[in-house]
Design a protein around this ligand. Structure first.
Ligand SMILES: [Mg+2]
Length: 108
């Protein structure tokens, strides 16, 4: 079964899409600890992809096709959505509320 993400999705649509995909594949029982570790693993892969893109100390790993920048951003985004779902966090609401706080903050 293929799960399509609707056109012009809002953030809640992404969260619903990830939730449905994880449920479909039986990943909805993954513990938050494991999810967080997987998320951090993807952050590491994103770091590698950025190093590759920026040509930062990456001669050996450059031989590998893995660690594509777009794919790693997508992986990190997917796990962030999954983690937020686990804790029933509405990411758009959380972002808006935190942004309102940040706007009031004095940045030195
Ligand atoms: Mg990855």
């Amino acid at each position: 079964m293929k799960l399509e993400l609707k056109n012009n999705p809002i953030l809640a649509d992404y969260q619903a899409h990830v939730k449905a995909f994880c449920t479909l594949n039986g990943w909805n029982k993954t513990s938050p600890t494991e999810l967080f570790l997987l998320f951090m693993e993807e952050v590491g892969e994103l770091a590698k992809a950025i190093r590759k893109e920026q040509n930062l100390f990456y001669e050996e790993a450059k031989k590998h096709k893995k660690f594509d920048l777009e794919e790693e951003f997508a992986d990190v985004f997917g796990y962030l959505l999954d983690l937020a779902n686990h804790f029933d966090i509405d990411l758009e609401k959380a972002y808006r509320e935190k942004h309102a706080i940040n706007e009031q903050r004095k940045w030195d």
